[in-house]
Design a protein around this ligand. Structure first.
Ligand SMILES: NC(=O)c1ccc[n+]([C@@H]2O[C@H](COP(=O)([O-])OP(=O)(O)OC[C@H]3O[C@@H](n4cnc5c(N)ncnc54)[C@H](OP(=O)(O)O)[C@@H]3O)[C@@H](O)[C@H]2O)c1
Length: 224
């Protein structure tokens, strides 16, 4: 059965691979990132649009435009994310700290604010926020990122308790996937040992589409 899926942060990495896999499986897909060229390559407006998840109003406009073409999501994947340069906390500028918080926490909340009302109206749908192993344990050099992903876990936990029957929220750690973010975290050589995003996505899509009320509030992992 064809489902309607929204993916934020789909210009590269995990988001791009999820969009490609979902399209391949004939689902109705919409996605955003800040990269307008990449969005044009993926598809037409309003399905694919350049939207910065830090811009709450732009996300609401996008969700409204999607609703007008009957795209009320069965599944939202709040995937857009940012990793800080690996440095001790005291060497990270407040601007960089703010960017990570704005994208990874407020961006997820903005995405929820834009899409959940229509899902609540239709009394079904799942909201998945990408978390991380670093949302459940810590390492040096990634304090802002850890703080943001621990926050995502709290955000999804509380949200799950607020949602009416039929609508669910979960956090998802994808394990370790070979993307530009992973290369930034571990260096090119170590990152290249990880699973490729296309391979991860080819297995993750079925898992993501299977999520529903019985998983509401869970901290999930999908590692390959
Ligand atoms: N790769 C891993 O091993 C791993 C592990 C744990 C968790 N994760 C999580 O998985 C998610 C995807 O990570 P990835 O590895 O695929 O990272 P990535 O390759 O760096 O891709 C990040 C995506 O997020 C988008 N993005 C960043 N800031 C944005 C903004 N303000 N508005 C809209 N889109 C924005 C980027 O697009 P533009 O820059 O074009 O806007 C890009 O498409 C993230 O939430 C990350 O924290 C990844």
């Amino acid at each position: 059965m064809s489902r309607c899926v929204i993916v934020t942060g789909c210009s590269r990495g995990i988001g791009a691979a999820l969009v490609q896999q979902l399209i391949k499986e004939n689902h109705r897909v919409a996605g955003c990132s800040r990269n307008s060229e990449a969005m044009q390559e993926l598809g037409v407006e309003p399905a694919f649009r350049s939207v910065d998840v830090r811009d709450a109003e732009a996300l609401i406009r996008w969700a409204t435009d999607l609703q007008e073409i009957d795209m009320i999501p069965d599944l939202v994947i709040a995937n857009a994310g940012l990793l800080n340069q690996r440095q001790p906390l005291w060497e990270i500028s407040s601007e960089q700290f703010d960017q990570v918080i704005d994208v990874n926490i407020k961006g997820v909340a903005n995405t929820a604010r834009a899409f959940l009302p229509s899902m609540i109206d239709q009394q079904s749908g799942t909201f998945v926020a990408l978390s991380s192993g670093w949302g459940r344990s810590t390492s040096p050099g990634v304090a802002p990122y850890c703080a943001s992903k621990f926050a995502v876990e709290g955000l999804m936990g509380a949200l799950a308790q607020e949602l009416p029957a039929g609508v669910s929220a979960v956090s998802l750690s994808p394990g370790v996937v070979h993307t530009s973010m992973l290369a930034r975290a571990l260096g090119d050589e170590e990152a290249s040992q990880a699973v490729e995003p296309q391979q991860w996505a080819s297995q993750a899509v079925d898992f993501l589409l299977s999520l529903g009320p019985s998983q509401n509030g869970q901290s999930l992992s999908f590692q390959r």
